[in-house]
Design a protein around this ligand. Structure first.
Ligand code: FER
Length: 260
C-alpha cells in the first residue's frame, strides 16, 4: 500500500462543496432494537443516488467522536455532500453509509461530563451493539452485501479508536478499516494486533491519519510504528492539521475512494 503514488498528505479542496444539478443520495434517521442496551437506538443511514433494492450495496459504518452522536458527522462533516460529489465523478463504488451512535448506553446523548467513566465505557460496549444489533438490522432492512469484503468501519477520534479496536478484533467481519485521529481509547498495539501476520493477510485496507498539530498524535504514532515494525501494510497520513474536521472530512473523502 505504500507504493501508491497519491499524495494523501495534501488535503483535497472543493470536495465538500455542494454542487448544483447532480444526483443526490438520501440521509435518514432509523431506529433499531438493541438487545445490548435494551432499548431502541437511533442511527442515520445514507443511501447513494439511485439506491435500488434490485442492487446490493457494500456498507461503511462511520463513527463519531467523544462529543458526538449519530448526528455529528451529518452536522459537521456533511458526508452526504462529499459522497454525492464522489458519485457524480464516478470515483467511488456504490455503498450505504451508516452513522451510528457509538455511545452504547441508555442515555446516549453527549450531555454532562462526556469523559465520565460510564460514558467512555459505553464506547466499548458499542462493539456488541454494532455486531449483534445494528449490523443485523441493516442487513435485514437494506439491500446489502454481507461478506467481510463488503463491510468497512472508520471513524474520527473515539470513533477512530473504536474502528481499530472493533475492526482489528473482528477481521472476519471487516476487511476495510480507517482511523482518523484515533483517541486514547485505542488499544495498545500489542493488544490491537497480537497476530500481525494474520492481520496483514486479511486486511484489504488499513488507513491511519492524523493532523501534525493534534495533541493525541502519539496514539497514531505508536500504532503506525508497530504496524511498520511488523510489516502490516497500511496507509499512514500525517497531514497539516489539528484535532478537527478538515482532517476527518479529508479522511472520509480519501478512505471512501479506496474501499470496496
Ligand atoms: C482522552 C482525550 C480525548 C480520551 C478521549 C478523547 C477517553 C477523545 C476525543 C474525541 O473523541 O474527540 O483522554 O479518553
Amino acid at each position: 500500500m505504500y507504493g501508491n503514488s497519491t499524495d494523501y498528505t495534501v488535503q483535497a479542496t472543493g470536495y465538500d462543496k455542494e454542487r448544483d444539478s447532480i444526483a443526490r443520495g438520501e440521509i435518514r434517521t432509523i431506529e433499531y432494537p438493541s438487545a445490548t442496551v435494551g432499548n431502541n437506538r437511533k442511527a442515520r443511514v445514507y443511501t447513494p443516488p439511485g439506491y435500488s433494492a434490485a442492487e446490493k450495496y457494500s456498507v461503511l459504518y462511520l463513527l463519531h467522536g467523544i462529543g458526538g452522536d449519530e448526528n455529528e458527522w451529518y452536522s459537521h462533516g456533511k458526508p452526504q455532500i462529499i459522497l454525492d460529489n464522489l458519485y457524480a465523478d464516478q470515483s467511488i463504488k456504490p455503498m450505504i453509509v451508516v452513522l451510528p451512535n457509538g455511545r452504547a448506553m441508555r442515555n446516549d446523548r453527549a450531555e454532562g461530563d462526556i469523559f465520565a467513566p460510564d460514558k467512555v465505557q459505553a464506547f466499548e460496549t458499542f462493539e456488541s451493539d454494532l455486531l449483534q444489533d445494528l449490523i443485523p438490522y441493516i442487513e435485514a432492512n437494506y439491500s446489502v452485501l454481507t461478506g467481510r469484503n463488503n463491510r468497512a468501519i472508520a471513524g474520527l477520534s473515539m470513533g477512530g479508536g473504536q474502528s481499530l479496536n472493533i475492526g482489528l478484533n473482528n477481521l472476519d467481519r471487516f476487511a476495510w478499516i480507517g482511523a482518523f485521529s484515533p483517541a486514547p481509547n485505542t488499544k495498545l498495539p500489542e493488544l490491537l494486533l497480537p497476530k500481525p501476520d494474520i492481520a496483514a493477510e486479511q486486511l484489504s485496507l488499513l488507513w491511519l491519519s492524523c493532523g501534525d498539530k493534534d495533541r493525541l498524535k502519539d496514539i497514531s504514532d505508536r500504532t503506525h510504528a508497530y504496524l511498520s515494525q511488523h510489516s502490516v501494510p497500511h496507509i499512514w497520513v500525517e497531514e497539516d492539521g489539528d484535532h478537527d474536521w478538515p482532517v476527518w472530512k479529508n479522511g472520509l473523502y480519501q478512505f471512501s475512494r479506496l474501499i470496496f
